[in-house]
Structure formats: structure tokens, C-alpha cells
Write a protein that binds this ligand. Structure first.
Ligand code: OAD
Ligand code: ZN
Length: 307
């Protein structure tokens, strides 16, 4: 069978209309029009900003060991990438449109702003490969809260602490001093032993970490399972939008998919290290608007208020 050649935006529109299992892989570029910086753009990217502030190896801010050692650094910087959850972009709306037209197989997003979910992408069509700000978990006791509960702390550049740990500490303060070991009792509270070590340390509530996947942490299992065992076999079109494809394993997904499956790339800058059939360069909101128009679909070209 002769391999078809795809080059133009009209070819891309034709592919959209013809495909029923579209895999959409997204990155920070789809949210920049809302004022959320991406990571690697010169001057405007979060990592460039960090370098300007003197953090040479900017990615280290997202290393889990650094977070545990110096949570204050993460909390002093994360305010800049905190999503404003009141609007989504035309690009989010485009992915939603694919879903409404029953063409979206899965949206694999590296974004942590949770705006795909807010745009109405079904939970079972959305894989947040790097987690999200939607929830946060205590590093000490694993207590989980809604992400918005720690947004004020992040905005104020203050370490978010765990409420449950704090309550526990309060309870211990109010409680009568622990019983001394009593040999005659079978219900000896042996864990009181450890309390003795802590006597001079003031106990501190655990730090709340947004449930985003840091370097050094595993991606969610659903990511690997769904991609390798289901989506890779069934997909009929891959559209990659607004990501530099610099971070594995997401960067390896397009190459893992055989090339009879057409690959489309939409971003500001061309990409050379991954082979795409069509590259549509420009502001992704403009590109998807034009793409939808040529497919004969109705997509608004404005930010869309939500909630
Ligand atoms: P990058 O900043 O590496 O790439 C964003 C891409 O989007 C760049 O190629 C930009 O040119 C492009 N872009 C920006 N604004 C755009 C716009 N309006 N229209 C079209 N293209 C635009 O971000 P990611 O690839 O998402 O990990 O980064 C991947 C991971 O690296 C992130 O998930 C993050 C980071 O370390 C964690 O937070 C754990
Ligand atoms: Zn806790």
C-alpha cells in the first residue's frame, strides 16, 4: 500500500474529519495565552525566569529530594505557575470539540494546571501525565486536600502545612503526658518510647505537596498501562500541541507509534528531534481555530469563561 503524503493544513483538516481515535498530546504551550508561562521558551519560560533569579539548574526546583529538603524554595517560586481557573483557551475548547464529535481517544497532557478537566474533558479520556495542582498531599501523613486549599499559601510564597498533622500536634499538647511503661499491663504503649527522642524537637506539621509529578517520582500507572496496552494499538491520528517534547517518557510517545498513523505537530517553534508528517507553526489558538474552520466545525476564537 502506498503511503499517503500529508503536508498542508487542509491535509490536517481532512485527517481530523476522517479520524475516530485521535490521540492529543499537550504541553505548557496550550495555556500560555492565559498568562501561565511555559517552561522552556526564551525570556518568558518559567525556567528562564528561574535562571534570571540565580537558579542555574532550574529543573532542580521540581526535584523531589530538593522539595523535601527545602520546601521553602518551591513555595517561593510556584506562585508564577499557579493556574487561574476562570477561563480556558480555544485550544482546550478544541480538544473538547474533538470529544464532543466522538473523535477524542485520549488527551495525554503534561500540564499541571488541570484546565483540561475544567474544559470538560472526561476523566476517562484524560491522562495527566505529570499529575496536577487539583489535589495536594501531606509528605508526612499522606492527608489529601483539594489543591485550591493551598493556593493562598502558594500565592503568599509560604510553605503549606498539613492541617491534620497540626491537629494531631495540638491534641498531643492538650493530652495528659504519656503514660510511663507499665510492665504489668499487656497494653503497653511502646510507641511512647519514640516520643522521648522528640522531646526537644518541636514537632512540625508535614508539608503539603501539590500532586504534580516531580523529577524522581513515578508517572501515574494509568499513563503506561493505557498507552502501551490500549491507545497505541487503536489510535488513528496523533496531534501534539504546545510541547517541546524534551521530557521523557512523554517525549518518546510519538516515536513509539508507527508512522502509518499520521503525526501532526502544532507549536510556535519547529521541532527536529521527532518526525512529524505535518508541522503547523504559530500560536496554537490560531492554528486550531483555522484547522476547525477548514474541517467545517464551529470553534470560538476567544477565551472561554468557566465555572
Ligand atoms: P515547554 O516549555 O518545554 O514547551 C512548550 C512549547 O510550547 C514550546 O515549544 C513553545 O514554543 C510552545 N508554545 C508556547 N506558547 C505557545 C502558544 N501560544 N502557541 C503554540 N506554541 C506555544 O513545556 P512542556 O513541553 O510542556 O514538568 O514541558 C514538559 C515538562 O517539563 C513540564 O510538564 C514540566 C517541565 O519540567 C513538570 O512540571 C513536572
Ligand atoms: Zn500530615
Amino acid at each position: 500500500r502506498k503511503l499517503e503524503q500529508y503536508n498542508t493544513i487542509d491535509d490536517a483538516a481532512h485527517l481530523l474529519r476522517r479520524s475516530r481515535n485521535i490521540m492529543v498530546i499537550t504541553g505548557a504551550g496550550i495555556s500560555t495565552s492565559l498568562g501561565i508561562p511555559d517552561f522552556r521558551s526564551k525570556h518568558t519560560g518559567f525556567y528562564d525566569k528561574l535562571r534570571q533569579k540565580g537558579y542555574e539548574d532550574a529543573e532542580e526546583v521540581f526535584e523531589i529530594n530538593n522539595f523535601d529538603e527545602r520546601p521553602d524554595i518551591f513555595f517561593s517560586l510556584a506562585g508564577d505557575i499557579l493556574p487561574n481557573l476562570t477561563r480556558v483557551t480555544p485550544t482546550h475548547a478544541f480538544i473538547r470539540l474533538l470529544q464532543d464529535k466522538d473523535r477524542l481517544q485520549t488527551n495525554y497532557t503534561q500540564n499541571i494546571d488541570n484546565l483540561e478537566a475544567i474544559a470538560g474533558i472526561d476523566e476517562n479520556r484524560l491522562i495527566q501525565c505529570h499529575g496536577s495542582f487539583a489535589t495536594a498531599t501531606c509528605r508526612k501523613c499522606k492527608y489529601k486536600v483539594k489543591g485550591t486549599e493551598i493556593f493562598d499559601d502558594i500565592r503568599a510564597a509560604r510553605i503549606a502545612r498539613c492541617k491534620r498533622c497540626a491537629e494531631e500536634i495540638e491534641r498531643k499538647k492538650d493530652a495528659p503526658p504519656p503514660l510511663k511503661r507499665n510492665k504489668s499491663s499487656s497494653r503497653t504503649r511502646t510507641f511512647d518510647d519514640s516520643d522521648e527522642d522528640e522531646d526537644d524537637n518541636i514537632p512540625e506539621a508535614g508539608v503539603m505537596k501539590p500532586d504534580i509529578t516531580f523529577f524522581g517520582e513515578q508517572l501515574p500507572n494509568t499513563f503506561f498501562d493505557r498507552f502501551t496496552q490500549r491507545d497505541a494499538q487503536q489510535t488513528d491520528l496523533v496531534i501534539v500541541i504546545g510541547t517541546s517534547l524534551k521530557v521523557a517518557p512523554v517525549s518518546e510517545m510519538p516515536n513509539y507509534l508507527p508512522h502509518p498513523i499520521p503525526h501532526i505537530y502544532i507549536s510556535k517553534e519547529p521541532i527536529a528531534h521527532v518526525n512529524f508528517d505535518i508541522q503547523l507553526l504559530g500560536n496554537c489558538d490560531d492554528v486550531v481555530f483555522e484547522l476547525a474552520r477548514r474541517a467545517g466545525w464551529d470553534l470560538r476564537h476567544e477565551m472561554i469563561p468557566v465555572g
